[in-house]
Every structure is written in structure tokens, then in C-alpha cells.
Design a protein around this ligand. Structure first.
Ligand code: NIG
Ligand code: FE
Length: 423
């Protein structure tokens, strides 16, 4: 069949309104249309009609889907994940339950380096198998595009294998996957007392290969007590800029390092976490186009209470996105709905802000505001049909399978609660 018509949706939240990120009151404008019809051209995978009336000239071979009683939203975009790794860190989860903090566990030899030990020797097939399973899991919860970082290899060949695996996930999963090189995720255990030497390798031969083989669109660095310093982060930003990669930063997560400001100064696409961001960082973000990506599921999962000041960020005018941070250590969280639950309860975000932050603002931060993140004619047909008349049900019905259907690029991947695709 050449087309799909979604008919009679109670509510469609288009999030339409241009390619700039939404901020302030703009984050509460969902471009809602009631009793709405959406037509998709399956050949191009694009949206060709959105409106209150059924479209004219419906071809005979158009499949009609009744969305009465449902809310339709743009496919959810997860702009910060680490979905490729080997090994479990459930032990750390239980250590935190007994009172240890994420940084204490890291400094005692757990944390990112624990995953490096189990991931470094893995082959591309093993890595991409995990990535695909995770992509599938994200899809169940409505994620139709996501960013994926390397960063558990931390040696030349293993970082390249991770990025090759991420590429394979993008080729084999229904979602578009945006790759990020995170060679500067931690100081690897075998360079513990030679950090400068390791960073030289990251910015030298690793970055050369990443650029030559076009393995990443973005480069990321974890600036934190116990990871990279602000000065080292600046070197990473300079190198990324020089080599034409976009910049994302793990910034001010547990400690205010001034990393948000650094990101804005370098025109970073996104600065992420921000649990400890100070007044200066907030003001800088409000004045720029760098997206503040918040990851409340991580704070929950590490059993901390250092949630980012979302209210201040939004009220002072910073464009905000939400992400899962899916990774084996600090966030075994796969879906954006639960991230929204935490954003509402722990960061006092409104439902409208949560939806904008998980669609158009996230797409903007990945350089995809022209093709993703809203329901508009000409955009990719990435859509989620919710089994709910009201979007408030999304964070409210915690853990329920509220995502009835998922369409990615005009293709069904979940239909009437059933997955249409398996890894
Ligand atoms: O975003 N903060 C640094 N990176 C990840 C943690 C990854 C890990 O613990 O394995 C994060 O939380
Ligand atoms: Fe992360």
C-alpha cells in the first residue's frame, strides 16, 4: 500500500513551529490539533498531510487506521545514550542501595572503567547485538531516533569497533542513530598515571580514524571530578571543532566545573546532565543556542537527589531537552516516558515541556530539526500513537504500555501494542 491515513485522532500534538529550539513559554506550545487526520506517503516515508478534515483524493491503496480515543505525538527522540557495551554493573546498583555514591564506586575501580574491562576486547558483532537489543527496547517505548556514544573501549581499536557497532545498529534498527565519539569518557585504568598521554592518543590517532572513516557526527567529553578537567575538556572541544565534529559535553553533573559555559563558548550542540550547574552556567545557556539536555533517570538510578534545576533553566530561557542516558552503570533506563515521569515529579516540568524536550528540542540538538521532532508536512513520518486521550497519561501511567503504535519513516514498527520487528 502506498499510503497510511491516521484518521480521527482525538488529539495530535504537532510540536510544529520552525527549526529553532523552543524556549521559555515556547516550550509549552504543542501546536495541538483536535480530531485530526495525518497522511503518510510510504514511498518517501514522509508526512504529506496534517489537518482537521480528511484529505481529498485518497488513493484506493491507502490503509486507514482509526485513532479515535488516541493522542498522536512526534516520534520520541533520545539525544544521549550509551547503548553499546558488554557486561552488567548490577553490583554497583546494589552498592548504591547500601549507601555508596556513584563517584565513590568509580574511584574504587568500578564505574566506567568496570565496563571498559568487560567491553574492550569485544568484537563488533557482540557489541552491535547489545546495541540492537537496546534499540528494540527503546522502540517499544516510542523512541524513533537516538544518539549513541562510544566510550567503553578507550583504546584505538576498541573505540573504532564501538563506533562500527553503532553504525551497524543504525543500519539494522528501524531508528536513525546519531553517532558520537566519546574516547574522553574516563581516564582508562591502564593510563591512570599517564592521562596526558591518553588524551594525546584520543585527539591524535583515534580522532584521525574517526574522521577518516566518518564514524561520528559529534565528539563528547566527560568533564568531572575524577574524569577530565575543564582544561582537558577545552582541548577536546578545540580538536572537535578543528576536525568538523559537533560538540556535546557531559557537563556539571555532580560538580560545577564551568563546563556548561565552555560548551556555549564552543557552540556545542548540547551540554548534558547539569545537576550541579551554577548561576553563571544557567545564564550562559539562556543566551545561546546550546541545548541543556537533562537526564533525571540517571539521578534517580544513582540514588542521588542532585536533579538539574529545570525550572530555572526553562524560566530563564534555556532550550531544554530530555534524554535517558541509557548505559549499564548510571541508567538502565530505556524509555522516554519514565524520564518524563521523573522530569515532572523531580524537576517540576510540565507535560508540555516534557513533550517538547523529548521531540523537537532533542531533534534540534542532534542537528535534525529539519527532518524530525514534529508532525509537519515534509518531515519524516516518525509517529507515536498513544492509547490515551490526554498526553498527561504518558508520565502518569508509570510503566504501562501506553505506546500503542510506532511508525518510523512511514513503516510500522509497533502495531496495536505488538512489535513488528525483532533484532
Ligand atoms: O552519562 N557521566 C558519564 N557517563 C555516563 C556514565 C556511564 C557509566 O557509568 O558507565 C553518564 O552517566
Ligand atoms: Fe552519559
Amino acid at each position: 500500500m502506498a499510503g497510511i491515513l491516521i484518521s480521527n485522532a482525538d488529539l495530535v500534538l504537532t510540536c510544529a513551529g520552525g527549526e529553532l529550539p523552543r524556549r521559555g513559554a515556547g516550550m509549552r506550545d504543542l501546536g495541538a490539533i483536535t480530531r485530526c487526520f495525518i497522511k503518510i506517503d510510504r514511498n518517501s516515508g514522509k508526512i504529506v498531510y496534517v489537518g482537521n478534515e480528511p484529505p481529498d483524493n485518497l488513493p484506493d491503496d491507502c490503509e486507514t487506521v482509526d485513532a479515535a480515543g488516541c493522542t498522536v505525538i512526534p516520534g520520541l527522540v533520545d539525544p544521549h545514550t550509551h547503548p553499546v557495551y558488554v557486561g552488567s554493573r548490577a553490583n554497583e546498583f546494589f552498592m548504591r542501595a547500601r549507601g555508596k555514591t556513584y563517584l565513590e564506586i568509580s574511584k574504587a575501580g568500578g564505574g566506567i572503567n568496570a565496563s571498559v574491562r568487560t567491553t574492550r576486547d569485544a568484537g563488533v558483532d557482540e557489541l552491535s547485538a547489545t546495541g540492537l537489543r537496546n534499540a528494540w527496547e527503546m522502540l517499544r517505548h516510542g523512541t524513533t531516533m537516538f544518539e549513541a556514544k562510544s566510550g567503553y573501549g578507550l583504546s584505538l581499536e576498541s573505540e573504532i569497533r564501538m563506533l562500527e557497532a553503532i553504525r551497524e545498529v543504525g543500519e539494522n534498527a528501524p531508528q536513525e542513530v546519531v553517532p558520537t565519539f566519546l574516547g574522553a569518557h574516563a581516564i582508562p585504568f591502564d593510563y591512570a598515571d599517564r592521562r596526558g598521554e591518553y588524551l594525546d592518543i584520543v585527539l591524535g590517532e583515534m580522532l584521525d580514524r574517526v574522521v577518516e572513516e566518518k564514524l561520528a557526527e559529534y565528539m563528547d567529553v566527560f568533564i568531572e571530578d575524577g574524569a577530565y578537567t575543564l582544561k582537558e575538556g577545552e582541548r577536546v572541544c578545540m580538536a572537535a571543532k578543528d576536525r568538523g565534529l559537533g560538540i556535546r559535553i557531559h557537563a556539571d553533573e555532580f560538580t560545577d566545573m564551568g563546563a556548561a559555559r565552555l560548551g556555549v563558548e564552543f557552540g556545542a550542540a548540547s551540554v548534558d546532565h547539569l545537576g550541579a550547574i551554577g548561576d553563571d552556567g544557567i545564564k550562559t545557556l539562556a543566551d545561546g543556542n546550546t541545548v541543556a539536555t537533562l537526564l533525571p533517570a540517571t539521578i534517580f538510578f544513582v540514588n542521588s537527589d542532585g536533579y538539574a534545576p529545570a525550572r530555572r533553566l526553562i524560566d530563564e530561557g534555556a532550550p531544554v531537552a530530555l534524554a535517558s542516558d541509557l548505559n549499564p552503570g548510571s541508567s538502565m533506563v530505556f524509555g522516554m516516558p519514565i524520564v518524563m515521569t521523573l522530569a515532572v515529579l523531580k524537576m517540576r516540568m510540565t507535560i508540555e515541556e516534557c513533550i517538547v524536550a523529548s521531540t523537537i528540542n532533542a531533534a534540534y540538538s542532534l542537528g535534525r530539526a529539519h527532518s524530525k521532532g514534529s508532525i509537519e508536512v515534509g518531515k519524516d513520518a516518525d509517529l507515536v500513537i498513544l492509547d490515551a486521550r490526554d498526553p498527561e497519561e504518558l508520565p502518569y501511567r508509570l510503566g504501562a504500555d501506553i505506546v500503542r503504535d510506532v511508525i518510523v519513516g512511514g513503516k510500522w514498527v509497533k502495531r496495536d501494542f505488538s512489535m513488528m520487528w525483532r533484532p
